[in-house]
Design a protein around this ligand. Structure first.
Ligand code: GTP
Ligand code: MG
Length: 335
């Protein structure tokens, strides 16, 4: 009878894994969609080069970090080296050029925290935000993409977590919950912490890539093709990792003292970062260190109300993974 029960349990886990993998597969963009984005990006490059020959365009965010689900908007960064430029003027000029080329819904948001031009391509239906000289975002996009190449379980876990966060309404920084970028960092950190580790800490390894952006030295090991198979001693499956991820954020993380840090592959203390009290609007109720801008806490947007919402959602997810007969459905139920 014992053997029979073990076999039943095995079957349940296999079925749950298969269900999570199917969700992951359904979220991955098709190749033709990625190709369309590239094509549209090349059109933008052509238009920009005509006006600013020495300017460069980069894709960043989820369309370039390999954590983009199907039908995402694309994020583009325009870099112009000239220190003399007036950001607002450049963005207004850019908006004019794009409008003249029949792109739709062109809007220059010059007074936003991150000033951008928004637009939509009527041919492909792709929406796009263009920001100016936000090179750190381009570099952290590369870091995320490089981590994703090491072990496929990162991409699987991050897709499931992002899908959960969107379904449950906890993926909106303007409402005090976390950005997609923050959730991916939480996943990377979590996989660095498994034993045996599933991901290494690239910033603690020998430097093969290095650049200085806004006086910040960004350096890490980027020859990730040499790290394939790094996590293969760890046999945990996606269902186990989803369970453990939510269990960690529901019941194990030390919210009072802990700062998760992908940069060091460890948990730092709020005391050593001097993140123990509220300064301005930064409350540090959940602390996620940016891998390059180390004074930057991606949890800064979380306030005393939204921290409650977040923690209740982590607990709900953990309990579903523990007790629900059909977690793949219940987990993503709209709130
Ligand atoms: P979705 O659009 O939700 O699929 O995800 P996304 O990966 O595009 O994430 P998000 O819109 O949150 O952010 C886009 C990019 O901006 C990220 O990949 C980062 O490169 C960058 N970014 C977002 N938030 C921050 C931040 O607080 N600090 C820094 N330095 N970069 C950020
Ligand atoms: Mg985005």
């Amino acid at each position: 009878r014992m053997l029979k029960r073990q076999m039943q349990c095995r079957l349940d886990i296999d079925r749950l894994n298969a269900a999570f993998l199917a969700i992951y597969e359904s979220l991955v963009p098709l190749e033709e969609e990625t190709a369309k984005q590239k094509q549209f990006f090349m059109l933008l490059e052509k238009l920009v080069r005509k006006e600013w020959p020495e300017a460069r365009l980069y894709l960043y965010g989820s369309c370039a970090n390999s954590f983009g689900v199907s039908k995402s908007d694309i994020d583009v960064c325009l870099t112009i080296e000239d220190a003399e430029i007036n950001k607002s003027e450049v963005l207004l000029k850019l908006a004019d050029i794009l409008q003249a080329d029949n792109l739709q819904n062109v809007q220059a948001l010059t007074r936003a925290r991150v000033p951008i031009v928004k637009l939509m391509d009527p041919v492909t239906g792709i929406s796009c935000d263009i920001c100016l000289n936000n090179v750190l975002a381009v570099v952290n996009t590369k870091l995320l993409r490089d981590y994703a190449q090491i072990d496929v379980r990162l991409r699987q876990l991050a897709f499931i977590v992002k899908h959960w966060a969107k379904s449950r309404g906890v993926n909106a920084t303007y409402q005090g919950t976390l950005s997609s970028y923050a959730y991916v960092l939480m996943c990377i950190h979590f996989l660095q912490q498994r034993r045996p580790a599933i991901l290494p800490c690239l910033q603690e390894m020998g430097t093969t890539y290095s650049t200085i952006v806004d006086d910040i030295q960004c350096a890490y090991f980027d020859q990730v093709e040499k790290l394939r198979g790094f996590g293969s001693r760890n046999k945990e499956t996606i269902a186990q990792l989803v369970w453990a991820f939510f269990n960690y954020w529901a019941y194990r993380h030390d919210y009072a003292n802990g700062v998760i840090s992908v940069r060091t592959g460890s948990i730092l203390s709020k005391r050593e970062k001097d993140w123990t009290r509220r300064i301005g609007n930064d409350r540090h109720l959940i602390c996620i260190e940016d891998p390059f801008e180390t004074s930057h806490d991606l949890g800064r947007v979380v306030d005393k109300f939204s921290i409650k919402v977040l923690r209740e959602e982590f607990e709900r997810a953990a309990d579903i993974m523990q007790y629900d007969p059909n977690p793949c459905v219940t987990l993503f139920e709209p709130y």
